[in-house]
Design a protein around this ligand. Sequence first.
Ligand SMILES: Cc1cc2nc3c(=O)[nH]c(=O)nc-3n(C[C@H](O)[C@H](O)[C@H](O)COP(=O)(O)OP(=O)(O)OC[C@H]3O[C@@H](n4cnc5c(N)ncnc54)[C@H](O)[C@@H]3O)c2cc1C
Length: 556
Amino acid sequence: MADSAKATELDAVVIGAGFSGLYMLRRLRDELGVSARVFETGDEVGGTWYWNRYPGARCDSEAYMYCFSFDKELLQEWNWSGKYPEQPEILRYLSHVADRFDLRRDIQFNTRVTAARFNEATNRWEIETDQGDHVTAQFLITGIGCLSAGQVPDIKGLDTFEGDWYHTGAWPHDGVDLKGKRVGVIGTGSSGVQSIPVIAEQAAHLTVFQRTPQFTIPARHHTVDRDYLNDVKANYDALWDKARKSAGGFPVDPSELSALEVSDEQRQAIYEAGWAEGGFKFFFGSFKDIAVDRRANDTASEFIRSKIREIVKDPATADKLVPTDHPFSSKRALIDTNYFETYNRDNVELVDIRHSPIQEITPKGIRTEDGEYELDIIVFATGFDAMTGTFFKMDIRGRNDLPLKEKWATGPKTYLGLSSHGFPNMFMITGPGSPSVLSNMPVSIEQHVEFISDFIEYLRERDISVVEADADAEEAWVAHVNEIANMTLYPLANSWYLGANIPGKPRVFMPYPGGVGAYREKCDEVAANDYDGFVLGNASEHFARVPHESARIQIP
Ligand SMILES: Cc1cc2nc3c(=O)[nH]c(=O)nc-3n(C[C@H](O)[C@H](O)[C@H](O)COP(=O)(O)OP(=O)(O)OC[C@H]3O[C@@H](n4cnc5c(N)ncnc54)[C@H](O)[C@@H]3O)c2cc1C
């Protein structure tokens, strides 16, 4: 047993053993040489890819960039099988990473952190788990994921349902036999769009309960061969460099063209090429103004609408599937394999629950205003209480015993999405206010882990035991995030980015929409200026306020 597994006084506690927690542990333990322990609710590493085992679960970042870049040998030795690998392959990758760097010995599985309190007398966090652990740590680092608190809607009668029901984000590990079953899927977000075509192939009958029609682009998944992998591996340095400086964390060349400056024929040809190639390039690579100019966006939205009408044979079903209430890409961008084609199958029925809302779940199925649909299995593809939900499941208290939930009651408040004033020595990997879910996340995760570990090293070298986001810097950052969000089309959709999927959640845009490149530059500048915007102080000195420029943040 490793020393940290027995210790009750640690340098750092990390919560979560997904991409974030694994790399954080590697940096803390093996590069900084500090004592660290990871607590993880699941019984294995993997995070998202441990929990989301629903049919069709796969990543929609291209695999060769959906991985770690911190170790060149790891990059060279791993071979992805295809463009968008399925969940088991990504889980195998993360398990390989854990083995390769001998990480498991400092991960305590089957353990949920229930509470963390900052002790102002000792400048240490006191952490409790559901297994009865009481440990203290100088630093508390959350790697709890932006999408890890599954959301099952509160529908009357669920407890009376005589069949089985599942949430896509907590899918049984030994699978669910759908053969011969009448299945109902509620929700057509990312998990719904991925699972619906696969469930339709397995089940006797599938009823899709759709509230919001979606824009989705074909993934055009395919396997990859040795030549392709060799080419990627030979160019990895340049690819990562480009991804780190990009808007979305992908190595794509952003288009310099406006959708409004080209002829109708040129525009159509560019969209057709993006549609034929598939994936996020349709969005990042077509025109520069789709995300910010409503008229430019209308051209992309209309193109996708015409494709839906072309693919779906029944005009009434196509009408229900065509999105009209939000611009393309103002909600989480989706890519799919045979999503719209699935509605041409005889065993698939689409129910529009915006016009005929679900009234209750009955012992036999789901009743909407139009009638009852008999089901053996209900699948909730209803997403997550994103970005803040997992924080609020823990009782995190900062200075003056202030609960984080109370501080964030009107929306999350952070400096750079990394730290929150009043919660000293706590760092969040991909916290609200950072690019996180608007990016290819391993790129953002690596950047945060490296920022945090460099910061901890800086503090240790100077014997500084406590650090905290400055209140003014935080206020300026929150205002900056909102200002940029308001320059985009994101606020025009009722999305989980804004908390709109959770009843009562404040409507605040949570991720940072300025791009991973601009964000990285800002963080680098903060670090180069002695962690400008943070208050650094020795326990004995109380607080030494460092000058900061952050109140004058420039919009990139
Ligand atoms: C279905 C799905 C598909 C996705 N596809 C993509 C994609 O294609 N590209 C992309 O960039 N991103 C994608 N994402 C986002 C994905 O979450 C990130 O890419 C990445 O996996 C996040 O890693 P993480 O370690 O930060 O968080 P997670 O992988 O969510 O891991 C967090 C871990 O923390 C643990 N935890 C939480 N609270 C506690 C607690 N109190 N105590 C102990 N443990 C706790 C959880 O059990 C979990 O294992 C997808 C997400 C989902 C749900």
